[in-house]
Design a protein around this ligand. Structure first.
Ligand code: HEM
Length: 176
């Protein structure tokens, strides 16, 4: 946050500076990116472990649901982070993702039953995600706020519930 500004005129240059000018910038950026990949893999392996040990069964079914929400938030953290370098990779990843959003039932202007809520290109879920009908400055700023503040706050609150439930459910499940 000290060296990166979510502005379309300088975001990419800030990332290049981070890589080649800022002391330890390349190490920080790479560890952040590899850390993100590792989080997606670790959460998926954790979910697989929980499934294999049947730890979704009562009384832990509530914690499984909290976990599923945490899994989605983990994916969204990586997805929103993708756009921030404002490079081709990020731009087209967001294009694909938000184009899928416009086909959302009820909420996307191309989705089924969207006429019920009167969805148009300038008021549907894709518009809300991008802050416009195209991927531009508002989209970059929204991705930045979701990535750096909103999702971390929501995920942290859910993790506290998750950890509390682990104890309330009698600790980590084990063989009967
Ligand atoms: C950010 C993501 C997540 C974090 C930080 C997290 C963290 C934890 C921790 C520290 C535990 C206790 C130790 C352990 O059992 O490994 C736990 C247990 C559990 N987690 Fe997660 N978890 C996450 C995502 C998930 C997901 C995606 C699921 C399933 C969809 C899930 C379901 C559970 C369940 C059911 C338990 C209780 C397991 C037991 O009692 O054996 N968690 N979680």
């Amino acid at each position: 946050m000290f060296y990166y500004v979510p502005d379309v005129n300088r975001a990419y240059a800030d990332i290049v500076d981070l890589m080649y000018v800022v002391p330890f910038g390349r190490f920080l950026r790479n560890s952040h990116r590899w850390g993100a990949h590792a989080m997606v893999i670790t959460v998926s392996v954790h979910m697989f472990r929980v499934f294999l040990t049947g730890s979704y069964k009562p009384p832990r079914q509530f914690n499984w649901v909290v976990g599923v929400i945490l899994l989605v938030l983990t994916f969204l953290l990586s997805f929103t982070g993708y756009l921030l370098p404002w490079d081709q990779l990020g731009y087209w990843a967001i294009t694909v993702g938000t184009n899928m959003a416009r086909a959302t039932p009820l909420l996307g202007h191309e989705g089924p039953f969207s006429y019920i809520l009167g969805m148009r290109p300038d008021n549907d879920i894709r518009f809300a995600l991008l802050g416009g009908t195209s991927i531009d400055a508002p989209a970059l700023l929204r991705a930045y706020v979701w990535h750096c503040i909103a999702i971390p706050v929501i995920a942290s609150a859910l993790m506290m519930v998750h950890f509390w439930r682990v104890r309330k459910d009698g600790g980590i499940s084990g063989p009967l």
